[in-house]
Design a binder for this molecule. Structure first.
Ligand SMILES: NC(=O)c1ccc[n+]([C@@H]2O[C@H](COP(=O)([O-])OP(=O)(O)OC[C@H]3O[C@@H](n4cnc5c(N)ncnc54)[C@H](OP(=O)(O)O)[C@@H]3O)[C@@H](O)[C@H]2O)c1
Length: 321
């Protein structure tokens, strides 16, 4: 079993979980079921991934077969940008819970710090970034309005913990001034090319656990033909990472994951290959040296892949500007 991180909400969160972005609907139920059999207990989902119904079927099968109990799982989901209005949060969470076939989330995150105009689920679900065609319509909700609605999810038992994703320091400082319930976690893009040390320092000081996403760096973004992802040598083929891996008798991917967990972060790698599920989960059973960690941290280039302007042309959305 993966080690756990104690959250400021009092709950334990597995340090190694399983990411669900880009897991095809056709295989998602089997992937989740196989991941539970491989030992995963945390699943990182989202409205935007469009596969919560199928992921829930994988969970239901594992529970029905007695492999795991609901209370042994840690199910994470996220609020999409079009549901930021205070009165839209609870209804969409109830829909997402129904899709998963569960009655509470362990952790529910604001996916991105940007509000877009509401799209009714009966019109299109998941709604995506565009209101219609290529039009992006900003919404009116402030983060304070959204966070207050997130807090009421905890009050009503719909989510045990709440947190944020893709937030940077300025907005976290602001949120902490009015939060009645502090964010338990911050989920961010984090890999050797995007270390964000000062943001990590802030989270540590404020008692907010950090989850790293896209731990393999450009690997997850090659399918979008992002120029700066394609131009780089994949991290798992990098000679320095390979040399560190060989020294420890591990794979380069395990080195990338261990670099993050040894620095205190949680990880949520995604793979549909069962043998890699096991390998990623086992990345916590060895230790890098302080020197290895410093060598990998020095890869930092402040290079971000996951931002709207890398996916589609936009003159409206620069979330990380
Ligand atoms: N909050 C956010 O905005 C946000 C954004 C992005 C991601 N996330 C979350 O973070 C999770 C992980 O991020 P991610 O999906 O971008 O990428 P990732 O886990 O860094 O990388 C996934 C890619 O690496 C491959 N892979 C996985 N394990 C491997 C291994 N041991 N050796 C070689 N290749 C391996 C996978 O291939 P195969 O699948 O073909 O095996 C896939 O192409 C997501 O699934 C999602 O839950 C959140």
């Amino acid at each position: 079993m993966a080690p756990v991180i104690k959250l400021n909400s009092g709950y334990d969160m597995p340090q190694v979980g399983f990411g669900l972005w880009k897991v095809d609907n056709a295989v998602a139920a089997d992937v989740v079921y196989n991941a539970i059999k491989a030992g995963y207990r945390l699943f990182d989902g989202a409205c935007d991934y469009g596969n919560e119904v199928e992921c829930g079927k994988g969970v239901a099968r594992a529970i029905a077969e007695g492999i795991v109990k609901r209370e042994e799982l840690f199910i994470v989901s996220k609020l999409w940008n079009t549901f930021h209005d205070g009165d839209k949060v609870e209804p969409i969470v109830r829909k997402q819970l129904a899709d998963w076939g569960i009655d509470y989330f362990d952790l529910y995150l604001i996916h991105f710090p940007v509000a877009l105009e509401y799209v009714d689920p009966s019109v299109r679900y998941p709604p995506g970034w565009h209101y219609q065609g290529d039009e992006i319509r900003p919404g009116k909700a402030t983060i304070q309005e959204t966070w207050t609605a997130m807090e009421s999810l905890v009050d009503k038992g719909l989510s045990r913990s709440i947190g944020v994703s893709n937030f940077q320091a300025q907005l976290i400082y602001d949120l902490l001034r009015y939060a009645r319930i502090r964010p338990a976690t911050l989920q961010i893009e984090h890999h050797p090319y995007l270390v964000q040390q000062e943001l990590l320092n802030l989270a540590k000081r404020e008692g907010i656990a950090v989850t790293a996403y896209s731990s393999f760096g450009p690997a997850s973004f090659l399918e979008f033909n992002m120029k700066h992802a394609v131009a780089l040598t994949p991290l798992i083929e990098n000679d320095t990472i390979k040399a560190i891996a060989n020294k420890h008798g591990r794979t380069p991917s395990q080195v990338l994951l261990r670099w993050a967990t040894q620095r205190g972060l949680a990880i949520i790698p995604k793979t549909t290959r069962t043998e890699l599920m096991v390998s990623n989960l086992q990345s916590v059973d060895f230790d890098l040296t302080e020197e290895d960690i410093a060598t990998i941290t020095a890869f930092d280039r402040n290079l971000r892949f996951n931002q709207p302007s890398n996916y589609f042309p936009t003159d409206l959305l620069w979330i990380f500007g």
